[in-house]
Design a protein around this ligand. Structure first.
Ligand SMILES: Cc1ncc(COP(=O)(O)O)c(C=O)c1O
Length: 406
């Protein structure tokens, strides 16, 4: 019996299933297709160094506590980012968060009580599942297909639920999802908004990857679809969507700068929740981010990242088509960092993982992305961190692992 009496959410904590793979990563010669880390070679170190020097010229501001909502200069820049993506918003509609991860945590504190039902597109980003478990939410898995969240299946689910079981929240990554790499169609975005208004749930639109598009065909955010829908209805009504985004995948995760755009009532409560969480996002990091975005280098850096990630994605998917053939199924992503792979039920997933580790290649087993560890015959592959040569080697090694596990 421990001296410490932990809360139910932390009585038997499970760490992140992805971080548990870290010990394998230090093995000599290991090629990792596991993490969702951006490629360090794509960090604009020169531009960020200039921005950091600039940040230090702002007198003591960057070294002092700042407003919980975020610095005015950064909120201005982030609102401009949102406008470029199709969202109508002003700086006052933006709450700067310490990564988009914090934005989700704040929302859970403000909107979800233990026992509340939350729909999660599944397979899902593991930290979302973990945060929901910690909040005591009841997770309702909602299926996805090659076009993202399956809103027709969601509608059937919602129709069948008794009123008291209806979700408070639905979580989705509509752009180049983690882990599936899929892009939600425009029709589905509009239908999702309609369902949210009809059934009274908040849509959490998590969008860290939307800028990493390999083509220029990218629908506006679900948040913007809701604005358009509300306008077409002639009223100003409250937007049921909360938009979360981040500079982690496009500039650098070390900045820990993300943001939220939401209805003023939601934003105000999240701001109060953040006051007791970290007071404010590092003003120094915010000053660097604002100065970087003002410098005009962002667009060029993102374009370079898209071109490189596209090359890496093609090396991975072409290699898998050639070496793994019909042993595996996947949808070629049109952006982002991930490919979701499903494989033959006749292959033992643990044997496959062990054979892969022995061959010095690692991936995230699919069960990490399910609240109930359900689907074992799948995996997430990230093409972001290894270069093309390493990806080609990784595919050779995966092919060996499949051959051994069969
Ligand atoms: C879907 C998704 N949401 C949120 C995050 C966390 O992003 P941030 O670094 O902005 O907290 C990640 C990071 O991998 C992610 O994949």
């Amino acid at each position: 019996m421990s001296f410490f009496r932990f809360t139910p959410a932390f009585a038997n904590p499970q760490g992140s299933p992805i971080r548990e793979l870290f010990p394998y990563l230090s093995r000599p010669g290991m090629i990792s297709l596991a993490g969702g880390y951006p490629s360090p070679s794509l960090f604009d170190q020169e531009g960020l160094a200039t921005a950091a020097a600039q940040a230090m010229t702002t007198g003591a501001t960057a070294l002092q506590y700042g407003a919980t909502e975020g610095s005015p200069a950064l909120r201005e820049q982030l609102a401009a980012q949102c406008q470029a993506r199709g969202i109508r918003c002003a700086a006052s509609d933006v709450l700067v968060t310490t990564g988009s991860q914090q934005g989700f945590d704040l929302l859970l504190r403000v909107l979800v009580q233990p026992g509340d039902v939350v729909c999660v597109e599944t397979p899902a980003y593991p930290a979302t599942i973990a945060a929901l478990r910690q909040a005591g939410a009841r997770i309702l898995s909602t299926p996805v297909d090659g076009d993202g969240l399956n809103v027709d299946a969601l509608q059937v689910l919602l129709e069948e639920l008794p009123a008291h079981e209806r979700p408070r929240l639905l979580y989705t990554v509509p752009n180049f999802s983690n882990p599936c790499g899929t892009l939600l169609t425009q029709d589905r975005r509009t239908k999702l908004v309609q369902l949210a208004l009809q059934y009274g749930f908040v849509v959490v639109e998590d969008d860290p990857y939307g800028e990493l598009a390999f083509t220029d065909q990218r629908p506006a955010p679900v948040y913007a679809a809701a604005q358009a829908w509300l306008q077409a209805q002639g009223g100003e009504g409250e937007n049921p969507v909360v938009y979360l985004s981040s500079l982690s995948k496009t500039v650098a995760p070390g900045l820990r700068v993300g943001w939220m755009v939401a209805d003023p009532a939601v934003l105000r409560r999240c701001t109060v929740a953040k006051q007791t969480n970290d007071l404010c996002t590092s003003p120094l990091a915010q000053a660097v981010a604002a100065s970087y975005l003002q410098s005009g280098r962002y667009a060029q850096a993102v374009a370079a990242a898209c071109a490189e990630y596209r090359r890496r994605m093609q090396a991975l998917t072409n290699g898998m088509k050639a070496k793994l053939g019909n042993l595996v199924q996947f949808v070629q992503p049109a952006g982002g960092m991930f490919v979701w792979l499903t494989f033959d039920k006749g292959i033992d997933p643990q044997k496959l993982f062990d054979a892969a580790v022995a061959a010095n290649v690692i991936f995230v087993p699919g069960k990490a992305f399910y609240a109930d560890n359900a689907d074992l015959h799948s995996m997430r592959l990230s093409f972001a961190a290894p270069d093309v040569v390493q990806i080609e080697q990784a595919v050779e090694r995966l092919a060996q692992a499949f051959a051994q596990a069969r």
